[in-house]
Write a protein that binds this ligand. Structure first.
Ligand code: 6LW
Length: 487
């Protein structure tokens, strides 16, 4: 059957995948968002359903007041002897740690820390030994892919950290993963940085400690010279063999706003690319080493996509996320509404405003929601970070209520338009396409704003735009009739 990339929309970068109990499981990075490390499951590598998160307790990961795009960087998920392991980095506290569970739909353990630096940690289980791999520098200061053996029950290092491969010469050698296939150790990584120069490279060895011989035609996968082409930034991937014995890479990439507009505001998503091993044991990707939008995959199934989201058909503890360290008492959930209790913390603060969001999954959508407030302000925000966000809100004034459209771009905090509102309730609507968001209140257009100023090229960092509901001020805000429809 034919499928279309990306296979997971919304910013779920740095994907890692494993196969367990007849299903595929995928984990992605989450930065300052909480819960951390979103988890997905699939029967076919094309259709993915989020099942929850790995880091669901604040004590598992310190996110309080951390910088945007700090926090939880790339994870790796692996399955061994009936147990799932998830290893990742808190890039703000510079800690590498892993958690484990015997039930991927339940709680994960408290963190177990590993005393090796760098980011993008990975694990290899091999003949009863466990190897911890990350990028960074080894115990002798050699930079590259660094490895040590660990005791998986305690995280204790059993060997010094040793640099085992220096990549193919690209900058930012990251995302190392080791695989043992037909007795050979394959070491795959990303180079070039997670923007337009991104690429996947690899090497192989007969020993887990090397020496590793680089694939003669690195990079094995990149879109850096595929132009003009909307899919860019292909890199940071994980190798997986499917139930039919075919191999694939699941990796990150992004879609430009337009063929000739090198801006991406939806963050980095998950792409699926076919891989083939040739007779001399090297593997190639896709037809030409670049990622396409469409591929064929063995299997009798169809690619399905959820395009209609409401409070009733989403799960508060799975489809929605918060910033950093939310105060549980400020969120009151019902089947068809949510009540937010605002505080003095605003969307401009590097903190935890009363805010709940879903990732913006695609360019074109129509959103509607009703909001009722008693004081302060509450509304909808298209949020990239504390410096770049567009807010359409209802706020209490001395002499009544008004709607406001506020555009924040860097140091520019601009109230684009205001409109008196007769009561404590307003209907807020956002319509989006590749280029702009259009904002209306009670059917009256307040204004529009360019998507490109919420792009990673403008905002920096590693996340993407989210669709958030928020409340500010010592107030109570009730949201009802939420309808989000992607085209
Ligand atoms: C990720 C690393 C990277 O851990 O960015 O640019 C980090 N490359 O691979 C966050 O996505």
């Amino acid at each position: 059957m034919k499928y279309q990339n990306p296979v997971i929309k919304g910013f779920y970068p740095d994907p890692s995948v494993c196969f367990a109990n007849g299903k595929y499981y995928l984990a992605a990075s989450s930065f300052q968002y909480f819960p951390g490390v979103p988890l997905f499951e699939s029967d076919d590598l094309v259709n993915w359903t989020q099942t929850g998160f790995a880091l669901t307790r604040p004590e598992q990961v310190m996110l309080d007041k951390i910088n945007s795009s700090g926090g939880v960087f790339a994870p790796t998920i692996r399955f061994n002897n009936g147990r799932f392991y998830l290893v990742t980095t808190n890039d703000t506290t510079h800690q590498n740690f892993y958690v484990w569970t015997d039930d991927i739909y339940g709680e994960w353990s408290d963190p177990i820390y590993v005393d090796q630096g760098g980011i993008d940690p990975s694990l290899l289980f091999d003949d009863g030994r466990v190897y911890f791999i990350s990028n960074g520098t080894d115990d002798n200061g050699n930079a590259g892919v660094v490895q040590c053996e660990i005791d998986i029950t305690t995280g204790r290092k059993l060997t010094p950290s040793r640099c085992i491969w220096c990549g193919s010469g690209g900058r930012f050698l990251e995302s190392p993963h080791m695989y043992k296939i037909n007795g050979i150790y394959y070491l795959m990584a990303a180079e070039g940085g997670t923007e337009y120069g991104h690429m996947i490279t690899y090497s192989r060895s007969e020993s887990v400690w090397g020496p590793f011989t680089s694939y003669p035609h690195n990079p094995v996968l990149t879109n850096r010279n595929k132009a003009p082409y909307v899919i860019q930034g292909i890199g940071h991937g994980d190798l997986i063999q499917d139930k039919n014995g075919n191999w694939h890479i699941l990796c990150l990439g992004f879609r430009q706003l337009h063929l000739w507009m090198a801006f991406h505001h939806l963050g980095r998503k998950v792409f699926l690319i076919p891989v083939k091993f040739d007779d001399d044991g090297w593997f190639t990707a896709s037809t030409d080493g670049t990622c396409d939008e469409y591929y064929d995959i063995d299997g009798d199934f169809t690619q399905k996509e959820k395009k209609h989201y409401t409070f009733e058909n989403t799960l508060w503890n799975t489809d929605w996320q918060y910033l950093r360290k939310p105060v549980p008492g400020n969120y009151i959930f019902d089947k068809n509404k949510i009540t937010l209790k605002g505080t003095e913390i605003t969307l401009d603060d590097t903190d935890s405003p009363t805010f709940i969001c879903m990732h913006q999954r695609d360019f074109r959508f129509r959103l509607g929601v009703k909001v009722t407030i008693d004081s302060g302000e509450a509304g909808v925000t298209l949020y990239h970070c504390e410096n770049e966000h567009y807010d359409i809100a209802l706020r209490k004034k001395d002499d009544g209520f008004e709607a406001v459209l506020r555009l924040n771009i860097g140091g520019i905090k601009h109230e684009q338009n205001k409109m008196p509102i007769s009561g404590e309730t307003a209907s807020l609507n956002v319509t989006a396409d590749n280029f702009s968001y259009i904002f209306t209140v009670n059917g009256v257009m307040l204004g529009n704003a360019d998507c490109k100023y919420l792009s990673s090229e403008v905002c920096g960092g590693f996340t993407g735009t989210v669709i958030g509901l928020y409340a500010v001020g010592d107030n109570t805000a009730e949201f009802t009739d939420f309808e989000l429809n992607y085209e």
